[in-house]
Design a protein around this ligand. Structure first.
Ligand code: ADP
Length: 422
């Protein structure tokens, strides 16, 4: 706008000198000050209520706007004003705005102050709308102007949608990110709690085991008459006390096994192990329990020479668990144990005529606390940890375990497949 901001330009001592136009100068001065200091007020208001780390970012920007603004006032307003007419440094003012650009870029890149995608979409939309508006304004014919205004209106309408949808998408993404962070935090907290729980179980069960074993031992001695003849009236209560102690011992050992799994502290001593022997020992140990329940145990034929590379005591626990379950979940009949060769593997099956398992409940049995409805009615004292532990041991021996059953009331067969030795 000639004669408005600068009225005249002339050349003196090798530099361009401008003469400030009166109205132009003051309008520019008011605009400049209002723009910079108005933005400072807006920023300051946001700064007061912003949470950290946004507060710190806004603080940065306030300082950069303030310093660039003051330098701009000095070099672009005060010095070239009609009072000083010093024009040599006007190029410095715009250069100092680089301070704002720098701080903003840093805050965006490092602290995600503004979302670049939203800003880009907004700038693109506003740019297009502005160009269309200018084109409409400077159209040559009336018809062209109307047409361009229509274009402008359509573009304005749709770009507002575009900006809104980008903003929404970005907001959702941010929400998701913060949710993911919360989840991660909750997860680590849960892991800590879980570890604390495992440690508690481990300590508690270790402490319980010794006194329980003592109780069981003394009651057993009492029943056997080691401390004199037990009166008839006391015999049954003593037997009950013994079986309750027995139950507690197996509960504690289940809990201990669980805590071993959870803390990853199952230790193995792998040696050449005679599987036939392991199974026979387990059968012998449980024979009296089976007899008491009126159940027979058949081994057809347990090949005494099958050998595996394994931890003898852990494998013992595997078969004790499986046999104990077969007895526990049967009311009558026989339990059959079969050993056969399957390629380079040894396959052991334990079949009972017990309560059976419905097809849809099979998948949960080998997981922690997995129990069938039927078994919960029959034996409310079970915990559903035995098979979880057994599966872990078998898998650590590079073996497999699974169960087959024709359904409820039709018995079940548990299979264990282990690699043969050598
Ligand atoms: P528990 O016997 O203490 O419940 P287990 O982990 O040994 O725990 O067994 C898990 C569940 O598998 C049992 O609760 C029962 O529902 C089912 N189960 C195991 N063995 C048998 C079986 N021989 N016959 C029927 N159900 C069985």
């Amino acid at each position: 706008m000639p004669n408005f901001f600068i009225e005249d330009v002339f050349f003196r001592h090798g530099v361009h000198i401008g003469v400030q136009g009166f109205w132009g100068y003051w309008i520019f001065a008011i605009y400049f000050v209002a723009y910079f200091f108005g933005s400072l007020i807006v920023l300051f208001r946001r700064w007061r209520v912003a949470p950290e780390p946004l507060k710190r970012n806004i603080g940065f920007i306030i300082w950069s706007v303030l310093s660039a603004g003051i330098l701009g006032v000095i070099f672009n307003l005060v010095l070239p004003s009609p009072f000083f007419a010093e024009w040599r440094f006007t190029w410095l003012g715009p250069i100092f705005t680089a301070i704002i650009v720098g701080t903003l870029s840093y805050a965006i890149a490092r602290h995600r102050l503004l979302n670049v995608r939203v800003i880009a979409a907004e700038m693109l939309s506003v740019g297009i709308i502005f160009i269309l508006f200018m084109e409409a304004l400077f159209a040559k014919t009336e018809q062209e102007r109307i047409l361009r205004f229509v274009f402008f209106a359509i573009a304005a309408f749709f770009s507002s949608f575009l900006v809104r949808s980008v903003r929404r998408e970005v907001e959702q993404k941010e929400q998701l990110e913060s949710l993911a962070k919360d989840l991660e935090f909750a997860n680590t907290e849960l892991k800590k709690l879980d570890q604390a729980k495992s440690e508690f179980i481990s300590i508690a069960s270790h402490q319980l085991r010794a006194p329980l074993t003592a109780i069981k031992g003394y009651v057993s001695l009492l029943i056997e008459g080691s401390f004199g003849v037990v009166p008839k009236k006391a015999q049954e209560p003593l037997r009950r006390a013994f079986s309750s102690a027995q139950q507690l011992v197996s509960l504690v050992s289940d809990l201990l096994n669980l805590s071993r799994i959870e803390s990853g502290k199952i230790k193995y001593e792998f040696t050449k192990t005679n599987l036939g022997e392991v199974i026979t020992e387990a059968v012998q140990e449980l024979e009296t329990v089976a007899q008491k329940s009126g159940i027979g145990v058949e081994s057809v034929p347990v090949n005494l020479n099958v050998k595996v590379r394994g931890d003898k005591s852990k494998l013992h626990e595997v078969f004790m668990n499986l046999l104990d379950n077969a007895i526990k979940y049967s009311k009558e009949g026989n339990i059959k144990i079969k050993t056969s060769e399957k390629g380079k593997n040894i396959l052991i099956s334990i079949t009972d005529n017990g309560i059976g398992i419905s097809k849809n409940e099979i998948p949960k049995l080998f997981s922690k606390f997995g129990r069938t409805e039927e078994s919960q009615k029959m034996r409310p004292d079970g915990m559903g940890i035995g098979l979880y532990f057994v599966k872990r041991i078998v898998e650590d021996h590079n073996g497999k375990i699974w169960v087959e059953s024709e359904g409820i009331g039709k018995g079940s067969t548990f299979f264990v497949e282990l690699p043969a030795f050598g």
